[in-house]
Structures are given as C-alpha cells and as structure tokens.
Design a protein around this ligand. Structure first.
Ligand code: AMP
Length: 415
C-alpha cells in the first residue's frame, strides 16, 4: 500500500519523522530542512481528515531525559510549518489519553523517543562483550517490543517517513510495523522520494561519476568509501580525513584531527584506488589554525607539513582548485560531508568551492545528490540549495542505501 492510495479520513495516523534538527544554544532551529521534508506526508493526512501523532528522536540522549533535547522546543515551529496548532505529549510512552482525545485535523507531537532506551533497544549500563550484556540485550529486545506496541496502540495506521533513521532497526522505525497489517502501514512521501533518488544514482549512472566524501573521520565512512571505489570515476576525500591520509603517507599533521589507528586503512584506500583506476583526489594543502576557533590565526601550508601547535581546519587554495576541476564536467555527483570546519565562517572556503562546482556541474546537466546534515547545512549556508538536483535528509541512511544495503525501516514495511 502506498500513501497516495490511502484515504486517512477519520483515522489516527502515527508518523515517524526525522525532526532531529540542529538547534542553537537558545534552542532555536538553525536548519529546518528536515521539518520541511516531512510536510507533504503530514499535510496529506490532515487534508484527508485524519488526526496526526508525530514521533521523532532528537540527538543522542542515550535513554535518559535531557531537557536540552526535548522536542517540546520545536512544537511552535512544527505548528507554524503545518499551519495548525500542535499539542505536545511530554512522555511518549504515556500518551494514550492525549492520543485517544484526538479529533480529525488534530496534531499531537510526542516527546523525544530516545529518552527511552527501548527506542534504540541497546542495554544501558552493561559493558559490551560480557555475558551480562547478552542477557540484558535479550531482555531489552522484549521491552523494545512492548515500547513499540505502546506507540502502535495510539493509532490506526503507521507511516514511516524518517529516511534519516531508516538504517536503524529501532522501535519506532521498524519494530512498530509488526503491530499493523499490510493495509495499515506504509512509507511516507519523503521516503518514497528518497528511495527514488537513490535508485536514480544507482541504476542510471552517467559518467563521469564523482563522489565527494568529507567530514571528520575515516572510520565512520570507510564502508561507503570502499563500496564507492567500484562505482566512481573520481573520489574526493576531504575534511578531517585529510590528515589521517597525510599522516599515513609519512606527513606531519600537528594538532589536526587524525585517526592514528586508521593509517593502514588509509594506505589501503590509496592502493585500491590505483588498482581500480579511480582518480583519488586528496587535499594537498590546507588552511591551518593555531586554535580550534573562528578567530584563530591562520596560514596556508602543505597538508603533510603542519607545524606543531597548528591544526588543519579547511582545504587550501590548491586543493580547492583540484576538487573543483574533478567536479566540473561530472555527470553524476554524490556529496556527503564538509571539506572543513564550515561552522566557523573563516573555514568555509573548501566546502564553498565544492558546493559551487557542484552547482556549476548541475547547471550543465549533471545529477547531483547531497546528503548528510552538514553538507545540507553547507548548501543552505551558501545559498546553493536550488542549484543542486536533490538534497537528501539522510546521512548514514543515504550512504547505506547507496552501498546497496536493505534499510530496516523499508524492509519492515515492504517485507
Ligand atoms: P561527520 O559527522 O563525520 O560527517 O563530520 C562533520 C564534521 O566534521 C563537521 O562538524 C565539521 O566541522 C568537521 N570537520 C570537517 N573538517 C574538519 C577538520 N579539518 N578538522 C576538524 N573537524 C572537521
């Protein structure tokens, strides 16, 4: 069953969205892409005459209540986006009465699901690898089912529209689907759009295909990097990863972020790229700073020759040109992760150069897919959002989908 085949008149519909939006220190939303992304599904339910129960996580409260990660902070923003009042349920597992009272057109937003460890289903306070952990995990799986069943009890239908967490088998993203029959559970419109965009990249690759992977660490991206090696013509690795690669090749990286235990992995990536004929583009120079701060002193130096006391926070001019050269002329582009600490205005040049080159290639007919909260924040910050083909709300989920993995959030609905 697809959502467009459904009429929700008189139904209570629980929708898993991804409202894990970035907030500033005053709890104000700094990028509402994810809220906007969920609107088509939410509005469809209301337009049909259904009542909405919206559920999401925010951040990583690790199974404990944390007021800084309360979804109560975004209730007004959700109401403004939907153009209708939104009630807030301060305890997501005790919202039976609030859900029962909903009338057609009403909207109820549940508190952060991850205030309960059952959402993620990971035992808390027990060390991994111990016999106690295995027993605690078994127990947790049972309480996760109970938690999912409680959430399911609020509604007649379940819609999964949280692409950003579709790669997790959590209570609200997958387990809950077991409590609805095939006619009462479906993917939302955002999920359908995201899945189509991934299919577009995978089944219809126009060459050259260029992938740009940035962000802080090699370790979290290695799966997709290895996988992309079989698909891409150009692979740009930038951001904090630069320094692990520079160090692996015998360079000095000063205080830069560097994963000492991943040096061999970096060398393997370089060798594999050579073997497969992939044009691997690494930063050769960088903008270094004498402090991790926007106001630090800066200079440009080779990525493998950084003095002690200094750290690389952005790509240098030579690297920016090399990145742009590889991107221009591409026909398929995937970008995940910034090329520097773009949150500081003085270290945005690398990410900006990439964004502008992607926009230029797109104008010349390339299909460009941007994913991951930080890269999306970059294109928004640089005013390039309408100059790329598709902005995904997923980071890890997008990468796993592109790796060809079946996402649990999709499998739970489609079987
Ligand atoms: P990730 O979550 O791994 O995609 O990493 C995103 C983060 O990487 C952003 O918050 C960036 O500020 C950070 N980042 C990018 N380049 C660097 C760098 N050279 N040093 C430290 N952090 C970086």
């Amino acid at each position: 069953m697809t959502i467009n085949e459904c009429n929700f008149k008189g139904q209570k519909v629980i929708v898993r969205v991804d409202f894990n939006v970035p907030l500033d220190e005053n709890g104000k939303i700094t990028d509402d892409t994810r809220i906007r992304g969920a609107l088509p599904t939410l509005k469809k339910v209301l337009a049909d005459g259904g009542a909405l129960i919206i559920m999401s996580h925010m951040g990583k409260p690790k199974g404990k209540v944390n007021p800084k990660l309360s979804l109560g902070q975004i209730t007004d923003a959700v109401a403004a986006a939907l153009g209708t009042p939104v009630k807030f349920a301060p305890d997501c597992a005790k919202a039976q009465d609030a859900a029962a009272a909903l009338q057609p057109g009403d909207v109820l937003l549940l508190e952060n699901l991850r205030f309960y460890p059952e959402e993620e289903g990971k035992p808390v306070g027990v060390e991994k690898g111990t016999p106690e952990y295995d027993a605690a995990k078994k127990e947790m799986k049972e309480s996760q089912k109970e938690f999912a069943k409680t959430l399911a009890s609020y509604a007649d239908c379940y819609v999964m529209d949280a692409f950003g967490t579709a790669h997790r088998r959590h209570a609200s993203t997958a387990v809950i689907a077991d409590y609805f029959d095939a006619d009462h559970k479906m993917l939302g419109l955002l999920m359908e759009k995201e899945v189509t965009a991934v299919d577009n990249i995978l089944s219809n690759i126009q060459r050259p295909f260029t992938a740009i992977m940035g962000g802080s660490k090699v370790s979290t991206k290695i799966g997709i990097i290895e996988n992309l090696m079989d698909k891409v013509d150009n692979l740009i690795l930038c951001g904090g990863m630069t320094y692990t690669f520079a160090r692996a090749q015998g360079g000095h990286v000063g205080n830069s972020i560097c994963e000492e235990d991943k040096l061999q992995l970096a060398l393997d990536v370089i060798a594999k790229a050579k073997e497969k004929g992939v044009n691997l583009v690494l930063a050769t120079d960088c903008v270094i700073a004498d402090d991790f701060s926007n106001d630090a002193n800066t200079k440009v130096c080779p990525a493998g020759d950084i003095p002690e006391g200094w750290e690389g926070l952005d790509a240098g001019p030579e690297s920016r040109k090399a990145f742009a050269d590889a991107i221009k002329g591409s026909k398929t582009i995937l970008w995940n992760g910034p090329a520097g600490v773009f949150e500081f205005d003085n270290f945005t040049a690398g990410s900006r150069a990439i964004g502008e080159a992607v926009a230029e290639a797109t104008a010349e007919g390339a299909f460009s897919l941007i994913g991951g909260g930080d890269s999306v924040a970059c294109v928004n910050k640089f005013g390039l959002a309408d100059k790329v083909s598709y902005i995904s709300t997923g980071g890890g989920a997008l990468l796993e989908a592109i790796e060809g993995k079946v996402l649990p959030g999709i499998a739970a609905i489609r079987g």
